[in-house]
Design a binder for this molecule. Sequence first.
Ligand code: SF4
Length: 322
Amino acid sequence: EGVLSARGLRVEFGLPGGRVARAVDGVDLDVAPGEIVALAGESGCGKTTLARALLGLERPTGGSVSFGGEPLRFSSRALKAYRRRVQLVLQDPTGALNPRHTVYDAVAEGLRIHGIADDEPGRVAEALSRAGLRPPEQFFLAYPHELSGGQRQRVVIAGALVLEPDLLVADEPVASLDASVRGEILSLLLRFKEDAGLGALVITHDLGLAWSIADRIAIMYLGRVVEQGPVEEVLTAPRHPYTRALVSVLPDSPVAEPIVLAGELPDASRIPGGCRFRPRCPAYASGEAAAVRERCEGEDPVLAGPESLRVACHLVHARMVA
Ligand code: SF4
Protein backbone atom coordinates (compact mmCIF):
# COMPACT_ATOMS: atom_id res chain seq x y z
CA GLU A 1 0.00 0.00 0.00
CA GLY A 2 1.44 3.36 -1.05
CA VAL A 3 4.77 2.01 -2.31
CA LEU A 4 6.23 3.88 -5.27
CA SER A 5 8.04 1.39 -7.51
CA ALA A 6 10.11 1.55 -10.66
CA ARG A 7 10.86 -1.65 -12.56
CA GLY A 8 13.31 -1.73 -15.45
CA LEU A 9 12.58 1.97 -15.93
CA ARG A 10 14.06 3.60 -19.03
CA VAL A 11 13.98 7.16 -20.30
CA GLU A 12 15.71 7.79 -23.61
CA PHE A 13 16.04 11.02 -25.57
CA GLY A 14 16.72 11.28 -29.30
CA LEU A 15 19.64 13.57 -30.17
CA PRO A 16 20.68 15.23 -33.44
CA GLY A 17 22.55 12.80 -35.68
CA GLY A 18 20.39 9.85 -34.63
CA ARG A 19 22.14 9.28 -31.35
CA VAL A 20 20.09 8.27 -28.31
CA ALA A 21 20.82 9.42 -24.75
CA ARG A 22 19.87 6.70 -22.27
CA ALA A 23 19.39 9.01 -19.28
CA VAL A 24 17.66 6.31 -17.21
CA ASP A 25 18.67 2.87 -18.30
CA GLY A 26 16.86 0.08 -16.48
CA VAL A 27 16.24 1.23 -12.89
CA ASP A 28 14.52 -0.77 -10.15
CA LEU A 29 13.66 1.32 -7.09
CA ASP A 30 11.06 1.26 -4.28
CA VAL A 31 10.06 3.97 -1.82
CA ALA A 32 7.64 2.88 0.91
CA PRO A 33 5.44 5.06 3.14
CA GLY A 34 7.32 6.22 6.21
CA GLU A 35 10.79 5.76 4.76
CA ILE A 36 13.27 8.20 3.32
CA VAL A 37 15.29 6.93 0.39
CA ALA A 38 18.26 8.95 -0.86
CA LEU A 39 19.10 8.77 -4.55
CA ALA A 40 22.74 9.82 -4.87
CA GLY A 41 25.30 10.20 -7.63
CA GLU A 42 27.27 12.77 -9.62
CA SER A 43 25.58 15.56 -11.60
CA GLY A 44 24.46 14.18 -14.95
CA CYS A 45 24.00 10.58 -13.74
CA GLY A 46 20.24 10.66 -14.45
CA LYS A 47 18.89 11.33 -10.94
CA THR A 48 16.62 14.21 -11.92
CA THR A 49 15.32 12.46 -15.05
CA LEU A 50 14.52 9.42 -12.92
CA ALA A 51 12.65 11.62 -10.44
CA ARG A 52 10.69 13.27 -13.26
CA ALA A 53 9.73 9.85 -14.61
CA LEU A 54 8.61 8.73 -11.14
CA LEU A 55 6.42 11.84 -10.95
CA GLY A 56 4.91 11.26 -14.37
CA LEU A 57 6.58 14.41 -15.72
CA GLU A 58 8.62 12.35 -18.19
CA ARG A 59 7.12 9.48 -20.10
CA PRO A 60 9.26 6.33 -19.75
CA THR A 61 10.46 4.69 -22.94
CA GLY A 62 10.56 1.31 -21.21
CA GLY A 63 9.79 -0.43 -17.94
CA SER A 64 7.15 0.80 -15.55
CA VAL A 65 6.27 3.01 -12.60
CA SER A 66 3.58 1.96 -10.16
CA PHE A 67 2.12 3.41 -6.99
CA GLY A 68 0.35 1.21 -4.47
CA GLY A 69 0.50 -1.62 -7.01
CA GLU A 70 -1.35 0.44 -9.66
CA PRO A 71 0.60 1.18 -12.86
CA LEU A 72 1.05 4.88 -13.55
CA ARG A 73 -1.17 5.92 -16.45
CA PHE A 74 -0.49 8.96 -18.56
CA SER A 75 -3.98 10.34 -19.15
CA SER A 76 -4.23 13.87 -17.78
CA ARG A 77 -6.92 12.76 -15.32
CA ALA A 78 -4.86 9.86 -13.95
CA LEU A 79 -1.77 12.05 -13.67
CA LYS A 80 -3.69 14.73 -11.79
CA ALA A 81 -4.94 12.20 -9.23
CA TYR A 82 -1.44 10.70 -8.95
CA ARG A 83 0.27 14.05 -8.36
CA ARG A 84 -2.02 14.72 -5.44
CA ARG A 85 -0.48 11.70 -3.71
CA VAL A 86 3.12 12.12 -4.85
CA GLN A 87 4.36 15.70 -4.63
CA LEU A 88 7.53 17.33 -5.91
CA VAL A 89 9.69 19.69 -3.84
CA LEU A 90 12.12 21.57 -6.06
CA GLN A 91 15.69 22.56 -5.39
CA ASP A 92 15.42 26.29 -5.95
CA PRO A 93 12.57 27.86 -3.97
CA THR A 94 13.06 31.19 -5.74
CA GLY A 95 12.40 29.62 -9.14
CA ALA A 96 9.53 27.52 -7.78
CA LEU A 97 7.58 30.53 -6.47
CA ASN A 98 5.88 33.13 -8.64
CA PRO A 99 7.22 36.50 -7.42
CA ARG A 100 3.77 38.10 -7.97
CA HIS A 101 1.90 35.53 -5.85
CA THR A 102 1.50 35.89 -2.10
CA VAL A 103 2.44 33.02 0.18
CA TYR A 104 -1.27 32.27 0.62
CA ASP A 105 -1.87 31.98 -3.12
CA ALA A 106 1.30 29.93 -3.64
CA VAL A 107 0.18 27.37 -1.07
CA ALA A 108 -3.51 27.44 -2.10
CA GLU A 109 -2.65 26.85 -5.78
CA GLY A 110 -2.59 23.06 -5.40
CA LEU A 111 -5.99 23.08 -3.66
CA ARG A 112 -7.47 25.13 -6.51
CA ILE A 113 -5.96 22.88 -9.21
CA HIS A 114 -7.51 19.88 -7.50
CA GLY A 115 -10.86 21.58 -6.86
CA ILE A 116 -10.61 21.39 -3.06
CA ALA A 117 -12.66 24.36 -1.89
CA ASP A 118 -13.70 23.54 1.67
CA ASP A 119 -11.83 25.42 4.39
CA GLU A 120 -9.09 26.73 2.09
CA PRO A 121 -7.70 29.20 4.68
CA GLY A 122 -7.60 26.48 7.34
CA ARG A 123 -5.78 24.06 5.04
CA VAL A 124 -3.26 26.73 3.98
CA ALA A 125 -2.64 27.70 7.61
CA GLU A 126 -2.18 24.07 8.63
CA ALA A 127 0.30 23.41 5.81
CA LEU A 128 2.34 26.54 6.62
CA SER A 129 2.36 25.62 10.27
CA ARG A 130 3.55 22.06 9.52
CA ALA A 131 6.29 23.54 7.35
CA GLY A 132 7.41 25.63 10.34
CA LEU A 133 6.03 29.06 9.36
CA ARG A 134 4.24 30.16 12.53
CA PRO A 135 1.95 31.84 13.18
CA PRO A 136 0.90 31.00 9.63
CA GLU A 137 -1.50 33.93 9.20
CA GLN A 138 1.44 36.31 9.50
CA PHE A 139 2.83 34.91 6.25
CA PHE A 140 -0.39 34.88 4.22
CA LEU A 141 0.13 38.22 2.49
CA ALA A 142 3.93 38.13 2.22
CA TYR A 143 5.62 37.95 -1.19
CA PRO A 144 8.61 35.68 -1.89
CA HIS A 145 11.08 38.60 -1.99
CA GLU A 146 10.13 39.48 1.60
CA LEU A 147 11.21 36.05 2.87
CA SER A 148 14.57 34.43 3.58
CA GLY A 149 15.76 31.48 1.45
CA GLY A 150 14.83 29.07 4.23
CA GLN A 151 11.34 30.57 4.56
CA ARG A 152 10.83 30.34 0.79
CA GLN A 153 11.75 26.65 0.89
CA ARG A 154 9.24 26.17 3.71
CA VAL A 155 6.55 27.80 1.53
CA VAL A 156 7.41 25.36 -1.28
CA ILE A 157 7.15 22.48 1.19
CA ALA A 158 3.82 23.82 2.49
CA GLY A 159 2.57 23.91 -1.12
CA ALA A 160 3.35 20.19 -1.34
CA LEU A 161 1.92 19.34 2.10
CA VAL A 162 -1.39 21.14 1.58
CA LEU A 163 -2.60 18.25 -0.60
CA GLU A 164 -1.75 15.74 2.15
CA PRO A 165 0.38 13.55 -0.12
CA ASP A 166 1.69 10.07 0.74
CA LEU A 167 5.12 10.77 -0.66
CA LEU A 168 7.45 13.67 -1.42
CA VAL A 169 10.06 13.65 -4.15
CA ALA A 170 12.60 16.28 -3.10
CA ASP A 171 15.21 17.27 -5.68
CA GLU A 172 18.31 18.60 -3.87
CA PRO A 173 15.96 20.18 -1.28
CA VAL A 174 18.65 22.16 0.55
CA ALA A 175 21.32 22.66 -2.12
CA SER A 176 20.51 26.34 -2.60
CA LEU A 177 20.22 27.14 1.13
CA ASP A 178 22.72 28.47 3.67
CA ALA A 179 24.30 25.83 5.87
CA SER A 180 22.55 27.41 8.87
CA VAL A 181 19.05 26.54 7.59
CA ARG A 182 19.80 23.23 5.86
CA GLY A 183 19.55 21.27 9.10
CA GLU A 184 16.18 22.85 9.89
CA ILE A 185 14.69 21.84 6.53
CA LEU A 186 16.08 18.31 6.81
CA SER A 187 14.64 18.02 10.33
CA LEU A 188 11.26 18.89 8.86
CA LEU A 189 11.45 15.93 6.45
CA LEU A 190 12.38 13.66 9.35
CA ARG A 191 9.49 14.99 11.42
CA PHE A 192 7.00 14.38 8.57
CA LYS A 193 8.25 10.81 8.36
CA GLU A 194 8.04 10.17 12.08
CA ASP A 195 4.80 12.03 12.85
CA ALA A 196 2.78 11.38 9.71
CA GLY A 197 4.41 8.37 8.06
CA LEU A 198 5.23 10.50 5.02
CA GLY A 199 7.73 8.80 2.70
CA ALA A 200 10.29 10.73 0.68
CA LEU A 201 12.71 10.21 -2.16
CA VAL A 202 15.51 12.72 -1.63
CA ILE A 203 17.74 13.34 -4.62
CA THR A 204 21.18 14.53 -3.65
CA HIS A 205 24.83 14.52 -4.62
CA ASP A 206 25.70 14.96 -0.93
CA LEU A 207 26.33 11.66 0.87
CA GLY A 208 26.62 13.44 4.22
CA LEU A 209 23.05 14.68 3.75
CA ALA A 210 21.91 11.19 2.76
CA TRP A 211 23.54 9.79 5.89
CA SER A 212 21.79 12.30 8.13
CA ILE A 213 18.23 11.66 6.97
CA ALA A 214 17.82 8.55 4.80
CA ASP A 215 16.85 5.01 5.80
CA ARG A 216 18.04 3.58 2.50
CA ILE A 217 20.26 4.82 -0.29
CA ALA A 218 20.50 4.10 -4.00
CA ILE A 219 23.75 5.06 -5.73
CA MET A 220 23.26 5.93 -9.39
CA TYR A 221 25.90 5.89 -12.11
CA LEU A 222 25.26 6.75 -15.74
CA GLY A 223 21.55 5.92 -15.75
CA ARG A 224 21.65 2.84 -13.50
CA VAL A 225 21.47 2.12 -9.80
CA VAL A 226 24.76 0.36 -9.01
CA GLU A 227 24.29 -0.19 -5.27
CA GLN A 228 21.33 0.09 -2.94
CA GLY A 229 20.70 -0.80 0.67
CA PRO A 230 20.36 0.56 4.21
CA VAL A 231 22.21 3.88 4.30
CA GLU A 232 24.41 2.90 7.23
CA GLU A 233 25.55 -0.35 5.62
CA VAL A 234 26.21 1.20 2.22
CA LEU A 235 28.16 4.14 3.58
CA THR A 236 30.15 2.29 6.25
CA ALA A 237 30.98 -0.75 4.08
CA PRO A 238 30.63 0.38 0.44
CA ARG A 239 30.99 -2.53 -1.99
CA HIS A 240 30.70 -1.19 -5.53
CA PRO A 241 33.98 0.44 -6.67
CA TYR A 242 32.05 3.61 -7.58
CA THR A 243 30.41 3.84 -4.14
CA ARG A 244 33.83 3.20 -2.57
CA ALA A 245 35.27 6.15 -4.48
CA LEU A 246 32.40 8.46 -3.45
CA VAL A 247 32.65 7.38 0.19
CA SER A 248 36.47 7.58 0.23
CA VAL A 249 36.45 11.39 0.19
CA LEU A 250 34.02 11.80 3.10
CA PRO A 251 35.36 12.91 6.50
CA ASP A 252 36.12 9.86 8.71
CA SER A 253 35.69 7.60 5.70
CA PRO A 254 35.85 3.83 6.27
CA VAL A 255 37.87 3.66 3.01
CA ALA A 256 41.52 4.09 4.00
CA GLU A 257 42.75 6.29 1.11
CA PRO A 258 40.86 8.85 -1.01
CA ILE A 259 40.12 7.36 -4.43
CA VAL A 260 40.29 9.77 -7.37
CA LEU A 261 38.30 8.48 -10.33
CA ALA A 262 39.90 8.67 -13.76
CA GLY A 263 38.14 10.74 -16.42
CA GLU A 264 34.70 12.31 -16.47
CA LEU A 265 31.23 10.82 -16.30
CA PRO A 266 30.60 9.77 -19.93
CA ASP A 267 27.78 11.20 -22.00
CA ALA A 268 24.52 9.22 -21.69
CA SER A 269 24.58 8.77 -25.49
CA ARG A 270 27.98 7.07 -25.30
CA ILE A 271 27.57 4.46 -22.60
CA PRO A 272 30.62 2.18 -22.66
CA GLY A 273 30.12 -1.48 -23.56
CA GLY A 274 30.48 -4.18 -20.92
CA CYS A 275 30.33 -2.72 -17.42
CA ARG A 276 29.49 0.96 -17.91
CA PHE A 277 31.81 1.93 -15.04
CA ARG A 278 34.79 -0.02 -16.44
CA PRO A 279 36.68 2.95 -18.03
CA ARG A 280 36.81 4.63 -14.61
CA CYS A 281 36.89 1.57 -12.35
CA PRO A 282 39.89 1.51 -10.00
CA ALA A 283 39.41 -2.24 -9.33
CA TYR A 284 39.54 -3.02 -13.08
CA ALA A 285 42.51 -0.70 -13.70
CA SER A 286 44.56 -2.03 -10.77
CA GLY A 287 44.03 -5.70 -11.62
CA GLU A 288 42.04 -6.29 -8.44
CA ALA A 289 39.20 -7.47 -10.70
CA ALA A 290 41.49 -9.71 -12.83
CA ALA A 291 39.45 -12.83 -12.04
CA VAL A 292 36.31 -11.29 -13.57
CA ARG A 293 38.03 -9.15 -16.22
CA GLU A 294 36.31 -10.79 -19.18
CA ARG A 295 32.90 -10.31 -17.65
CA CYS A 296 33.71 -6.65 -16.87
CA GLU A 297 34.55 -6.21 -20.57
CA GLY A 298 31.62 -8.14 -21.99
CA GLU A 299 28.61 -7.76 -19.76
CA ASP A 300 26.98 -4.87 -17.89
CA PRO A 301 26.32 -6.25 -14.40
CA VAL A 302 22.84 -6.10 -12.90
CA LEU A 303 21.90 -5.52 -9.27
CA ALA A 304 22.20 -8.75 -7.31
CA GLY A 305 22.59 -9.84 -3.72
CA PRO A 306 20.30 -10.07 -0.70
CA GLU A 307 17.05 -8.14 -1.25
CA SER A 308 18.08 -5.50 1.27
CA LEU A 309 21.58 -4.84 -0.10
CA ARG A 310 22.19 -5.18 -3.81
CA VAL A 311 25.22 -4.33 -5.94
CA ALA A 312 25.81 -4.29 -9.70
CA CYS A 313 29.45 -5.45 -9.99
CA HIS A 314 30.92 -8.76 -11.21
CA LEU A 315 33.76 -8.56 -8.70
CA VAL A 316 31.39 -8.10 -5.76
CA HIS A 317 29.17 -10.92 -7.06
CA ALA A 318 32.16 -13.26 -7.33
CA ARG A 319 33.18 -12.43 -3.74
CA MET A 320 29.62 -13.05 -2.51
CA VAL A 321 29.71 -16.52 -4.02
CA ALA A 322 33.25 -17.34 -2.78
FE1 SF4 B 1 34.66 -2.56 -11.97
FE2 SF4 B 1 34.21 -4.89 -13.17
FE3 SF4 B 1 32.80 -4.19 -11.01
FE4 SF4 B 1 32.44 -2.92 -13.34
S1 SF4 B 1 31.98 -5.08 -12.92
S2 SF4 B 1 32.57 -2.01 -11.33
S3 SF4 B 1 34.51 -2.91 -14.16
S4 SF4 B 1 35.00 -4.58 -11.10
